[in-house]
Design a protein around this ligand. Sequence first.
Ligand SMILES: Cc1cc2nc3c(=O)[nH]c(=O)nc-3n(C[C@H](O)[C@H](O)[C@H](O)COP(=O)(O)OP(=O)(O)OC[C@H]3O[C@@H](n4cnc5c(N)ncnc54)[C@H](O)[C@@H]3O)c2cc1C
Ligand SMILES: NC(=O)c1ccc[n+]([C@@H]2O[C@H](COP(=O)([O-])OP(=O)(O)OC[C@H]3O[C@@H](n4cnc5c(N)ncnc54)[C@H](O)[C@@H]3O)[C@@H](O)[C@H]2O)c1
Length: 487
Amino acid sequence: MRNQIKADVAIIGSGTAGLAAWRTASKQGKKVVIIESGPLGTTCARVGCMPSKLLIAAADSAHQVRQAPGFGVHPAGLTIDGKAVMKRLKAERDRFVSLVIDSIDTIPEASRITGYARFKDEHTLLVDEHSEVTATSIVIATGSRASYPQDWQKLGDRLVLNDDVFSWDDLPKSVALFGPGVIGLELGQALHRLGVKVWMFGMGGKLGPFTDSAVMDYAKQLFRDEFFLDTDANVQRMERSGNQVEIDFESEEGVTERIRVDYVIAATGRRPNVDQLELDKLGLDTNDRGVPVTDTATMQTSIGHIFLAGDASNQLPLLHEANDQGRIAGDNAARFPNIKQGFRHSTLSIVFTAPQIAMVGESYQALQQRSQQDPESCACFVVGQVSFEDQGRSRVMRRNQGLLRVYGEPKTGRFLGAEMIAPEAEHLAHLLAWAHQSQMTVAQMLTMPFYHPVVEEGLRTALRDLNAQLKLGSAIEDRCMECGVGD
Ligand SMILES: Cc1cc2nc3c(=O)[nH]c(=O)nc-3n(C[C@H](O)[C@H](O)[C@H](O)COP(=O)(O)OP(=O)(O)OC[C@H]3O[C@@H](n4cnc5c(N)ncnc54)[C@H](O)[C@@H]3O)c2cc1C
Ligand SMILES: NC(=O)c1ccc[n+]([C@@H]2O[C@H](COP(=O)([O-])OP(=O)(O)OC[C@H]3O[C@@H](n4cnc5c(N)ncnc54)[C@H](O)[C@@H]3O)[C@@H](O)[C@H]2O)c1
């Protein structure tokens, strides 16, 4: 006989989205339960954002030592102690996880259920074999997992999913990394800078999150100058050989090459954890990936009292998005049927490579699709850009690589979006996202203060170019006279 539990709101998953849903739902004085099947601590803290940034921080410091001679500074030598790198990563990671667990511990024990939830019907969840939860509303916040070709499992423990890198005790000598997307680029470049020999293989020419081919091509060249990268690889054979993996691939010159690596890292994308919830019993409307169609403003699915949040929704698998979506879903689940539209931020995503990559607002591809769908009434978009190769502050720091493209709307002069690979992109992208959310015009953005000499002056140059393309302002003719040296 299963435990029978009744609640106003049941939340599946205690990751970032589930915990945000818990906070907003329980604030309304409702009986809320939260069900978790895996280790506590959230994907972000355990195997995502935080450990990956810790690895990158170690790689950055090695890189700076290597760069020092370019300034006339000659450090005595560089030794990378892989065991110490991983030890610090794990210690700091564990600290972040323990902070999350402390806050989970504030949830009353009676509201926490341990086990794997699946649907019995649209108001009832079965949790393992021990409990049955009946709730007025349900929030699905089950996250995502790494997805990769199943036949790679033949590599056994030589196959590493991106998450598992953070459980290594030492750095390997060599890896073949499949998937030069967001995770692949962050991990691959960091491992390379920590002295691991990296071969990076992609598919179909894609790189990172880019949709603007001008920025993507620039970025490809930068990364290819640093480590082996084939974004459209033809891998002919991959077999385990002792404690290594042997890979035959066709080089870009058409020659078959053979490499042996310690590990194959699969960074070939992630899939929402909705396929094992037995959703087929409910008749929810789903998209072509089997993910329930969800209103972005309310997080409501086609069954009014079922909400979806975080990576599980497959909208934008990012931490702040999981938080926003969880907050909206939890609030609406508690107030159902009197649901409200929640606030969604302007799109902002940052990849912590060097140079960093960022996307803001509408992507180039989304703008192109909008232009093509409605060419008559659509005002379409124009592009302004700046290269960071001659940008003053970037040259001072010997980090003068990068391209920023900004998009604007003719007639209104509104700023629409940006794609970039640039020094300090995390900061440039925040400025742009704030402007985008405030619905600023490019002309208004140009009235804002810019210090000298800073990387943001490069952003100003791109905005001035865009304003000129919009025929709302003149292009910079004499950079030194108009803006100061190296704008
Ligand atoms: C390597 C890596 C680096 C990343 N770096 C960044 C970054 O720098 N910045 C950024 O913004 N984002 C980053 N992300 C993405 C970010 O981590 C995720 O978007 C975010 O953690 C998703 O939160 P979530 O609550 O949706 O999922 P999760 O935190 O994964 O929570 C889902 C929970 O649901 C549980 N669960 C699943 N199914 C069931 C079930 N049936 N029953 C009960 N419980 C269940 C799981 O055990 C899990 O605890 C990164 C991700 C990875 C993998
Ligand atoms: N800094 C951050 O904010 C950050 C960091 C990491 C992850 N994330 C989030 O996690 C999400 C998932 O990231 P991801 O890198 O797993 O997915 P992704 O979609 O960004 O990249 C997957 C890549 O793998 C390639 N690929 C697919 N199959 C392949 C194969 N068989 N061989 C070679 N290449 C193959 C794809 O072409 C693509 O380039 C991101 O979209 C992002 O939202 C964010």
